[in-house]
Design a protein around this ligand. Structure first.
Ligand SMILES: Nc1nc2c(c(=O)[nH]1)N[C@@H](CN(C=O)c1ccc(C(=O)N[C@@H](CCC(=O)O)C(=O)O)cc1)CN2
Length: 280
């Protein structure tokens, strides 16, 4: 039997509808949730993501302030802008679109954003809070993955979850979130011995490696939930995940497509974090 397809686009739409109500309530109480969106340079993919984030803000009712800086912007001037946004009472969230041009130290910029305005959840304070189970902003893609699992009714308590990929922005935070749900978590990476064998143990398999079609049907335990975090652009312009969708569709119990799976959840969770920032 074919796997059930987890429709991230539809779940993201539901979340944004729920947030519209919340934003109305905030506005009625005198707060206009406001997100500052900073884009440096002309990377075409980043420009599309920023455009989609601003459109999502408009849909939900969040005010967005746009800062589009040239590719040769210095680290000092970007830090100055972040400082100004940090100090503005009417700005609740700050988003600096990544990647940044090479002359700018990304870590320095992310650390300059005040943790309570860090709606991307990338500041070390928020990352640390997640790992010790304290409240804070959780980065949007990992939070989106958990929301997809929850809203699909996937039980996590006691289940074996295997994450392929140990990045700071996806693999590690997803592991922390799954642990928080009482799952048994394994993180695999390029040096893992017998990666297919580890993957085959998984009730929930999360692929975040950045290699097109890396996870084959033979990696998947029959009936497992397969979450594909990969967004790889192929030479023909088509998008492709880290999971061999055609093969895994025949083995898995649930699967996320690319596009239309985890990707749309990233923006929905950014909206959720902005509303939370404005509510505080
Ligand atoms: N400051 C940040 N920078 C970046 C982040 C981030 O969370 N914060 N993540 C990525 C890019 N990203 C959001 O910024 C993002 C990527 C993909 C999608 C998405 O919806 N993808 C669609 C396909 C879109 C397409 O056709 O190209 C999908 O998977 O269905 C949303 C947001 C790096 N930078």
């Amino acid at each position: 039997m074919q796997a059930k397809i987890i429709d991230g686009k539809a779940i993201a739409r539901d979340i944004k509808e729920e947030l519209r109500v919340e934003v109305e309530r905030l506005k009625a109480n005198g707060t206009v949730p406001t997100l500052a969106v900073v884009l440096v340079g002309g990377d075409p993919a980043s420009a599309v993501y920023v455009k989609n984030k601003k459109a999502a803000c408009a849909h939900v009712g969040i005010r967005s302030l746009s800062y589009e800086l040239p590719a040769d912007t210095t680290e000092a001037s970007l830090l100055e802008l972040v400082e100004e946004l940090n100090s503005r009472q009417d700005v609740h969230g700050i988003l600096v679109q990544l990647p940044l041009p090479v002359q700018i130290d990304e870590d320095k910029v992310l650390m300059a954003i005040r943790p309570e305005k860090d709606v991307d959840g990338f500041h070390p304070m928020n990352v640390g809070n997640l790992s010790i189970g304290r409240p804070g902003f959780v980065s949007c893609t990992p939070a989106g993955i958990l929301e997809l699992l929850k809203r699909t009714g996937i039980q996590l308590k006691g289940k074996k979850c295997v994450i392929v990929g140990r990045s700071n922005i996806v693999g590690k935070p997803v592991a922390m979130l799954l642990l928080r749900e009482h799952a048994t978590v394994t993180i695999c990476h390029s040096r893992t011995e017998d990666l297919p064998g580890e993957c085959r143990q998984a009730d929930v398999l999360v692929a975040a490696v950045g290699i097109p079609n890396f996870i084959k049907g033979s990696h998947v335990k029959p009936g497992a939930v397969v979450i594909d975090v990969g967004i790889n652009r192929l030479a023909d312009g088509k998008l492709c995940g880290d999971v061999d969708y055609v093969e895994c569709l025949e083995v898995a119990g649930h699967i996320t497509p690319v596009p239309g799976g985890v990707g749309p959840m990233t923006i929905a969770m950014l909206m959720k974090n902005c509303v939370e920032a404005a509510s505080k």
